[in-house]
Ligand binder design. Structure first.
Ligand code: GDP
Length: 297
């Protein structure tokens, strides 16, 4: 079985926040994630991140880091939560300033609230002549959500995901929110975390993007992820650079699993390869038996 050993307080080290972007369709989630990925909000790195691996990490000028789940929309968020995975520390909710608070804006707010995840509002498209950011803030106030410049405690930032206006300030507010959460994890143990996405690559085999949430993942580790297992042959960061280890709050692509686990599956590292394989086999059997049973009924 998978043992959960409680961490001692002195073993816990600060870790970067993990952020999800949600909001109504067409309000600019993808544009915001793309801007952060490609533009130079990243310290000392020119060119930005070109590949999409489901999650990426950025480093700001001051050296602080943020990990983004690059799967906009709350479908991914709720799918992960339905599988018991809580991977988000802070939600950025994007609301377009040339529109009203829309049904999916409200849904995103209730999802974040239900998960107990603090919200930072990104009021987007302020470059548009018909943008009315105050309309959004007033709409939020009517829902009892008072943003800071309306005398409340909730952070919001006017942005243009298209031009990049206010994005840096938005990320600074995310980090401020993260500070209040005092996020910590123990890096000195076998890694555990959650699968973000996985696919079969023609040349490389099964590629899984995972988010390390605790411990440190290393090449050669035996991993169990959902119903799949394997020894890690290679690891890459969001820039396609080969890396040898990945600590808490680091998204990383791994090679070596015997299949593609599902988004939201948890992963664990085992000392013993056989144990990982046995559990994976048992899980596959269990699922087969269950599907046979449901077919009979
Ligand atoms: P999503 O559905 O929330 O992911 O929204 P997208 O990022 O796909 O954006 C929807 C549309 O709004 C696209 O045509 C974008 O180019 C446009 N858009 C997004 N952000 C901005 C912005 O800041 N200003 C303007 N003018 N257009 C934007």
């Amino acid at each position: 079985a998978i043992e959960e050993v409680e961490d001692k307080p002195e073993d816990l080290k600060p870790r970067a926040p993990i952020v999800t972007v949600m909001g109504h369709v067409d309000h600019g989630k993808t544009s915001l994630l793309d801007y952060i990925r490609k533009e130079n909000v990243i310290a000392g790195e020119s060119g930005g991140i070109t590949q999409h691996i489901g999650a990426y990490g950025v480093t700001l000028d001051n050296g602080q880091k943020i990990a983004f789940l690059d799967t906009p929309g709350h479908e991914a968020f709720t799918a992960m939560r339905a599988r018991g995975a809580q991977v988000t520390d802070i939600a950025i909710i994007v609301a377009a300033a040339d529109d009203d608070i829309m049904p999916q804006t409200k849904e995103a707010i209730s999802h974040a609230q239900a998960a107990g995840v603090p919200i930072v509002f990104a009021i987007n498209k302020i470059d548009k002549p018909d943008a009315k950011p105050e309309n959004i803030k007033s709409g939020l106030a009517q829902m009892n959500l008072l943003v800071e410049d309306w005398g409340g405690k909730i952070q919001s930032q006017d942005i243009s995901a298209k031009m990049g206006t206010g994005v840096k300030e938005l990320l600074e507010k995310v980090l401020l929110e993260a500070e209040l959460l005092e996020l910590k994890a123990n890096p000195d143990k076998l890694a555990q975390g959650t699968v973000v996405e996985a696919f079969l690559d023609k040349g490389r085999g099964y590629v899984s993007t995972i988010l390390v949430q605790a411990g440190t993942l290393r090449i050669g580790d035996y991993v169990l992820a959902g119903k799949n297992s394997g020894k890690i042959k290679a690891m890459q960061d969001e820039r396609g650079n080969d890396i040898k280890e990945a600590g808490p709050s680091t998204p990383v692509s791994i090679l070596g699993l015997d299949g593609a686990p599902q988004a939201g599956d948890k992963f664990n590292v085992f000392e013993d390869e056989r144990e990982a394989k046995q559990i994976a086999t048992k899980r596959t059997q269990l699922q087969r038996e269950q599907s046979v049973r449901t077919q009979r009924h």
